[in-house]
Design a binder for this molecule. Structure first.
Ligand SMILES: [Zn+2]
Ligand SMILES: [Zn+2]
Length: 83
């Protein structure tokens, strides 16, 4: 009886573990570049340290990342991180 249970239970556990693993991977976690705290994609500033994560393009007003050097929407240079 126990053997039958194991034969049925093991594949189910395997599928469950694989599903949980995949779900974890598909969740993209964004981290604050300054403090490493977790932030969400639509956050304009880090709630942990206040670092600005996004700002608005002076050309078209759409949200842009502070690291971007130019606006992808209209091409306005943003003068971001000079790397
Ligand atoms: Zn931060
Ligand atoms: Zn723009």
């Amino acid at each position: 009886m126990l053997l039958i249970f194991l034969i049925f239970a093991l594949p189910i556990l395997g599928i469950l573990a694989g599903y949980l693993h995949r779900r974890e991977r598909s969740q993209v976690r964004l981290l604050c570049p300054a403090c490493g705290g977790e932030v969400k994609r639509n956050y304009l500033a880090c709630p942990h340290c206040g670092t600005r994560l996004q700002s608005e393009c002076p050309g078209c007003g759409k949200p842009v990342r502070s690291l971007w050097r130019g606006c992808p929407h209209c091409g306005t240079p943003l003068g971001g991180d000079p790397r």
